[in-house]
Design a protein around this ligand. Structure first.
Ligand SMILES: [Fe+2]
Length: 228
């Protein structure tokens, strides 16, 4: 069950051309892809961390028919996004290398956050394999500097007064792009295979940014992720 901030669309063109408005800040094109992405992952030998996938190498992987379909589906997404003027990439994610920090401090992709840009821009996402990203409705979240316990914790780390220098420090360290779920919050899953376009924070945006996070790197399977 998706929250009211998400609109489901029926095609790539609709995903590309639908405007964010009326509090809708995430668009999802649900798909059930036919390829065997596990077969692709099995042929890739990634180091720990994030590895950009080389398309030539991907196209020449020795996989069976179902794996070949998976590769073609990913390459087709890349082509479609490039044709729309975007710069997508495919990443293989075998855990993350950042150290796990305390929730009030962490500013990595596994902490709920908004992407930001200086001009109009969106983020595109698709998880082909592994755990999916999560979204958090804006009315179920509090931005970190307005979370009392987080603010107190960070003020102590800052080691100064709660003044404009502290506000600048919060901004410099990206804390004002990170959010904490309210107690009854229900994050929604982006799912596997679905293509998403989500709103970023930029001056003049007609909607609030879509709050989202990557899944925690655990013992789960490697992720195959498209991002733009
Ligand atoms: Fe992000």
């Amino acid at each position: 069950m998706l929250p009211p901030c998400v609109r489901v669309v029926g095609s790539f063109d609709e995903l590309l051309t639908t405007r964010f408005e009326n509090n809708i800040n995430a668009l999802c094109w649900p798909r059930s892809l036919q390829g065997n992405f596990t077969a692709v992952v099995a042929q890739l030998d990634w180091p720990k961390g994030i590895t950009p996938l080389n398309e030539d190498k991907l196209a020449n992987l020795p996989v069976g028919e179902a794996g070949r379909v998976a590769i073609q589906e990913m390459l087709a997404d890349l082509q479609q996004l490039r044709a729309a003027g975007l710069e997508p990439s495919l990443d293989g994610i075998q855990g993350y290398l950042h150290a796990r920090e305390e929730d009030y401090v962490r500013t990595d992709v596994c902490s709920f956050h908004a992407d930001s840009a200086t001009a109009e821009a969106d983020t595109w996402l698709c998880t082909y394999h592994g755990d999916c990203s999560l979204g958090l409705p804006n009315d179920q979240a509090v931005v970190r500097p307005q979370h009392p316990a987080a603010r107190a914790y960070l003020l102590e780390k800052f080691g100064g007064r709660d003044d404009e220098n502290f506000a600048e420090w919060l901004n410099d360290h990206f804390h004002d792009l990170h959010y904490h779920p309210l107690p009854a919050a229900q994050p929604y899953p982006f799912g596997v295979g679905h293509l998403w376009r989500i709103a970023t924070q930029y001056p003049g945006s007609p909607v609030l940014p879509c709050i989202h996070r990557a899944p925690d790197p655990g013992l789960g399977p490697p992720r195959l992720l498209l991002i733009s």
